[in-house]
Design a protein around this ligand. Structure first.
Ligand code: NAP
Length: 241
């Protein structure tokens, strides 16, 4: 095995900015080779350059999570570059447009719902299924789905978001489904809530830093083999479904 292949590889989707970039940075700092999944070439190259300038072993992976072909090609890129994948962080996500800061169900444009689901839910299935053959080959693989406590039916936090919140509820349910299917494997699947984080997503009007938001994803990406499966966690512990 050469030097690169001895290091674990982590793919982070939507890693060009925000929480995804901070996850890539955090995993890179603890010794992962980081595959920077991003759909825009210039933004991807810039993120890879920033990570490399910090001494992180990073490479770019063209990845639009709404495209089957892109997900398939991304798996090939990872396989050809490091020959392995140990961690997948499904971080890419969108809120969809709002009116006066909310998405009310009574005025919901179903095209908005479809668009949000295509990225936040179908995108996770697309990318996960494209990467699973590589992940199954890894000794201790981890999948982290970046969810939100807005998807918690028990908590119902934040403003009314009738497209975004259900997308994360569905993602939570899918997390449990994947964990059940992979129960007898070394692939641990969990969902993470980053808290309320200052990024483009929130117009930077939120109290937590991207690094703070990334911490729980990094923890779930580096769980021991006897760690939890099919759970939903934030910095404080278990988030109610
Ligand atoms: P952000 O700064 O807006 O970053 C979102 C990332 O997702 C960007 O890299 C974006 O790429 C990427 N993305 C969107 N659509 C994509 C697609 N089709 N293919 C590939 N990449 C795509 O948001 P963030 O705050 O870091 O959010 C990251 C995750 O955390 C999301 O899943 C979000 O739902 C979740 N979350 C955030 C908060 C918060 O308070 N910020 C709270 C709870 C959960 P482009 O630059 O190309 O658009």
């Amino acid at each position: 095995m050469d030097y690169v292949n001895d290091k674990k590889t982590a793919l982070v989707t939507g890693a060009n900015k925000g929480i995804g970039f901070a996850i890539a940075q955090g995993l890179g700092k603890i010794g992962f080779t980081v595959a920077v999944g991003a759909r825009d070439t210039a933004r991807r190259d810039e993120a890879v350059a920033r990570l490399r300038a910090e001494g992180i072993d990073a490479f770019g992976v063209a990845l639009d999570v709404t495209s089957d072909d892109s997900a398939t090609a991304a798996a090939k890129t990872v396989e050809q570059t490091t020959g392995r994948l140990d961690v997948l962080v499904n971080n890419a996500g969108i809120s969809g447009p709002m009116a006066d800061g909310v998405q009310n169900p009574s005025t919901l444009d179903l095209d908005v719902v479809r668009t949000v689901l295509d990225t936040n839910v179908f995108g996770v299935v697309r990318v996960t299924n494209a990467m699973l053959p590589l992940l199954r080959r890894a000794e201790s693989a981890r999948i982290v789905n970046m969810s939100s406590n807005m998807g918690s039916l028990a908590l119902q936090t934040g403003p009314q978001m009738a497209a975004y919140a259900p997308s994360k509820t569905l993602l939570n349910s899918l997390t449990a489904q994947y964990a059940r299917e992979l129960a007898d494997t070394n692939v641990l699947v969990n969902a993470a809530c980053p808290g309320y984080v200052a990024t483009d997503f929130t117009g930077f009007a939120a109290p937590r830093t991207a690094e703070q938001g990334a911490a729980i994803a990094i923890e779930l990406a580096t769980l021991p083999d006897d760690g939890p499966r099919g759970g939903f966690f934030d910095d404080e512990g278990v988030v109610p479904w």
